[in-house]
Design a protein around this ligand. Structure first.
Ligand SMILES: *Cc1c(COP(=O)(O)O)cnc(C)c1O
Length: 433
């Protein structure tokens, strides 16, 4: 396990500041982008301009992730976390190996949701016991692989438990497991709710009570519980309230467990600001809430390790998607800026990855961050579908063919969450600098 560096490490002076050059020159991007740097109006990722990155990659469309921005973000969070609270990274947010490898040096464990992610996690050198495998629909092959690797299987249903027991018996192993609980309560204000009511995720609270007394007779070792209630939540109060409810539920579950538990995964759900109306999670409020939570922790829970599992919060703000303007055209008095990349590389930005209403991500011309904004334009990608929107009615500086167009907050749910084969334009490159 890694110990976080103290808060006064080299990254501390760069903690988000709403007066950073980027924020100040792009007032319409009312989200803090100051994890990234600019030099004379030119965006830098790992100290390189978009053109320099393109030259490095020999690619005209790419995701670029800033190593220091990831470190900064994680240090900033860890400096607010009490010692009993551990941090896991949910690999699905960004499974690009160099990113996973880097994040792995800054967190205590990984959460994986497929055999592919499991293999990735193992190959970073992360200890198997710090890797948890959750997710519905795990196949027998995946269960066997997880058990063989020695990682913790987060069981999502009674049927899955039964299959796991069969595989354990057959292969002469004992499976290390956690039960993922679908609690009666839900996470308020979450962008995506994943608990409370009928869900594909976790075992209904009531069924867990019935299952626990039967575990002693099964070839499994229960080491924890997992409660993941939702995603993309910007409300510290709602997150804290859910964590309180989890602790309350645990007190009822613990006496029924066959052996002493090791951990409780509290989920996470901390969101990042994507849209103008979004405000970053209030870390001070979270920190104060956590201090209180752990000070008042019931005696029977004090031996437990608590885990926060986060995906986008750790990496989203460290990445941009970059593509180039290839055409500028007028249609019915509207200006269209047409780029060589779009929704096939960045589905979420096009508004088709779970959003109810499409809103613009923060975007810019990467080399014109200090130039004045002109009349609003439409920014479109190269796909033959009206869904391929990069930005709608957005004010940008005067566009020119060859400009680098960038979408910020793109370090999570980008390349692997997009239909890259759609229309045959080719896959997108990635780089961590
Ligand atoms: C997707 C997922 C996460 C990560 O979600 P973010 O919104 O990226 O933080 C964490 N845990 C589980 C179980 C998930 O399914």
């Amino acid at each position: 396990m890694k110990t976080p560096e103290p808060a006064d490490s080299q990254f501390a002076p760069s903690i988000p500041d709403p007066l950073s050059p980027l924020f100040a020159t792009q007032p319409q991007l009312a989200v803090p982008l100051s994890y990234l740097r600019t030099v004379d109006g030119v965006l830098q990722i790992g100290g390189k301009s978009m053109q320099q990155i393109a030259d490095l990659l020999s690619q005209q469309r790419f995701y670029a992730y800033d190593r220091q921005a990831i470190s900064m973000k994680i240090h900033q969070l860890r400096s607010k976390m009490p010692a009993q609270l551990k941090l896991h990274y949910a690999i699905k947010a960004n499974p690009y190996l160099p990113v996973v490898q880097h994040v792995g040096t800054l967190v205590d464990g990984f959460d994986v949701a497929s055999q592919g992610e499991l293999l990735l996690a193992l190959q970073t050198g992360m200890q198997a016991l710090q890797i948890s495998f959750a997710g519905p629909g795990k196949t027998d092959t995946e269960l066997l692989a997880a058990m063989t690797a020695g990682c913790c299987v987060h069981v999502e249903s009674a049927g899955e438990l039964q299959r796991l027991c069969g595989i354990a018996t057959q292969s002469g192993q004992t499976a290390t497991i956690a039960l993922r609980v679908n609690p009666e309560f839900e996470l308020k204000a979450a962008g995506m709710k994943m608990a409370g009511g009928a869900k594909a995720f976790g075992i209904d609270q009531q069924q867990v009570f019935e299952l626990l007394p039967k575990l002693a007779a099964m070839p499994v070792k229960l080491v924890g519980f997992h409660l993941y209630c939702g995603s993309q939540n910007l409300q510290a109060e709602a997150i804290l309230q859910t964590q309180q409810q989890i602790i309350h539920l645990l007190q009822q579950l613990l006496p029924l467990c066959p052996a002493s538990l090791q951990f409780v995964n509290l989920g996470g759900g901390l969101g990042v600001p994507y849209y103008t109306s979004d405000r970053a999670v209030d870390l001070e409020l979270l920190a104060a809430g956590w201090t209180q939570l752990f000070e008042q922790l019931p005696a029977d829970l004090q031996h437990l390790e608590f885990i926060l599992e986060l995906g986008r919060y750790l990496v989203a703000e460290a990445g941009v998607y970059a593509c180039k303007v290839v055409d500028i055209k007028q249609s019915h008095a509207q200006t269209f800026v047409v780029c060589n990349g779009g929704m096939h590389h960045h589905l979420a930005n096009s508004g088709n990855f779970g959003q109810v209403i499409r809103r613009n991500y923060p975007v810019a011309f990467a080399d014109k961050l200090d130039q004045p904004l002109v009349a609003p334009v439409q920014v479109a990608g190269p796909l033959c579908t009206p869904l391929d929107v990069l930005a709608d009615k957005i004010q940008l500086p005067q566009a020119a063919v060859g400009d680098w167009f960038v979408v910020f907050q793109s370090g999570a749910y980008g390349a692997t969450a997009s239909p890259q084969a759609f229309l045959g334009h080719g896959a997108v490159a990635e780089i961590l600098l």
